[in-house]
Ligand binder design. Structure first.
Ligand SMILES: [Zn+2]
Ligand SMILES: [Zn+2]
Ligand SMILES: [Zn+2]
Length: 177
């Protein structure tokens, strides 16, 4: 076996050495990443599309982590997504798994996701969008669903990389159909 333990126990490095800033979205991410988990931008060279081995990857789908070429993926609001995941609302590295108006069930869903080791975040619009500060307002504006009536939707969001896991858990619980 060629496994070394030398790499372990090296948590003492300073943050400057451990991180880099994404040139596309400005997110600060760990240097060990090959792509930006917030926007899907590729940091390393010679990454090819999973469907087209001769095409350079344009980005990595932030939901399923597949590197894809221009034909197979798309930049939507600055986030790279594959065809299957283009409908997702993505905001600062978080994606909406589902939305509902029942606060109790939303908290239940979040607590089950937490138990499974995920990092859910409940986003609730309590006030009129006009009174919300910048980023909050942008989130709802980006969702394109504001019609002046849907005030109480609670968005269950998880980090993009946890979406597939979260959906499986919620489907098993029959929260998500
Ligand atoms: Zn980025
Ligand atoms: Zn995808
Ligand atoms: Zn492709």
């Amino acid at each position: 076996m060629s496994v070394t333990n030398d790499e372990r126990g090296s948590e003492m490095k300073s943050p400057e050495q451990e991180t880099l800033t994404c040139g596309k979205c400005g997110s600060v991410v760990e240097k060990t990443y090959d792509f930006c988990p917030a926007c899907g931008g590729v940091f390393v060279e010679h990454v090819v599309c999973v469907h087209h081995p001769h095409e350079e990857a344009e980005g990595v789908c932030v939901i399923c982590s597949q590197p894809l070429c221009k034909t197979c993926g798309l930049w939507i609001n600055g986030v790279f997504l594959c065809e299957a995941h283009q409908e997702y609302e993505v905001y600062e590295g978080m994606a909406k798994v589902f939305g509902l108006s029942d606060e109790v069930q939303a908290s239940y869903a979040a607590s089950r996701l937490k138990q499974a080791g995920l990092h859910p975040f409940l986003y609730q619009r309590k006030a009129s969008p006009i009174s919300l500060g910048g980023p909050d307002y942008t989130l709802f504006k980006a969702s394109g669903e504001y019609d002046g009536h849907i005030i109480n939707e609670i968005k269950v969001m998880v980090p993009c990389q946890e979406v597939i896991q979260a959906e499986k858990i919620l489907t098993d619980l029959e929260i998500l159909k």
